[in-house]
Design a protein around this ligand. Sequence first.
Ligand SMILES: *Cc1c(COP(=O)(O)O)cnc(C)c1O
Length: 397
Amino acid sequence: MKRRYSDVSKERNYKATDSKRCWTEISLSRIKRNFKIYGGSLPEGFKIIPVIKADAYGHGASAVAKALSPLGVPLFAVATVDEAVQLRRDGVSEEILILGYTSPEEAERLYEYGLTQTLTDDFYAEELAAATDKRLVAQYAIDTGMHRIGLDACFPSRCERAIRRGAELFRLNGLFTHLASADSGEEKGRVMAQAQIERFSHVAKRVEDMALPFVHCLNTAGGLSYAELPECVGRFVRLGISLYGLAPSEEVLLPSGIEPALSWYATVASVRAVKRGETVGYGTDFRMERSGIIATLTAGYADGYSRSASCGRAYVLINGQRAPVVGRVCMDQTMVDVSRVSHVRAGDTAVLIGRSGEEIITADGLGRMLGTIGYEVVCGISPRVAKYYGNGTEITD
Ligand SMILES: *Cc1c(COP(=O)(O)O)cnc(C)c1O
């Protein structure tokens, strides 16, 4: 039988020093397996660039990088220079691409740590090159329709000129673009994604003679739907969300076997009876419609448990049953209604994301309850939440 999550009561080995307040459990072997399964779904010759920005979507960037490194990674991608420097300090030696803007004031740091900087436009390229006498490594972003960063692909000859100039200023080793609607199941989304890929290939072909080693245009969703497209240039997928077992959107079907790698827990601090008509938490808005039992959890919005979960928008799992949030989520604590949950006691574990008995809350599912996406849920788990790594062997099929 397939089990999507480890069962905390059976599989967590607490050490006396462990914080049992609010914590995540992350399976690195699950992440490795997701990497392999996703890689296996790609056409021959494709390689994965793991995207480990935002602390690997809350899973711990250095731990994830070290787990994936032995599988053969051509390049890691992060969002900021600080994220990249942290990886270097933790001993990651692969090439690291910073996908976003870095101040030219950081030029020396880029050089010192051997980082690859994205060039967001030709003006930035000149400015960054002028900020140091070292020759930095860089890749050019191409704007094919997202209108976020990059050279405007609507003007291919201008792009070509800027790219060739970039190769004089930098050790330019790549070109990439980002798809805005690869996760869409709608026709207009597919049309847009294909148009972006065509624009990108137009630009890439003009500089084919430069033989840039890293040409890439696909994210998780793009790799699943567009890798086979004849116009698709480059043999890389920048794999983010599905490395962690989550789907880019509800419309994207993941290859079977890709499963979430993170569970999130808090502890029941206190249990009390509250009478009908009493309020719970801050404010006077939430009143008990009938007398019931309230459990107070050791997680709040400062831990990343969103205030949007307030007043029944979301629920947690305790002893295999659902306990809806009552009142407003506080900074460090959250109250849930356990009137219908059997035998709840202080010290019990509450599952914010993960499995409890037969019930499961996924990050995507919690995102839906909160009116957002799984990406924001996992990235929002705060650094004060302790991370525990299982080698994952306990999670078996
Ligand atoms: C975040 C990001 C990705 C990864 O996207 P997923 O949908 O998580 O796969 C890829 N490319 C760029 C430029 C990004 O910013």
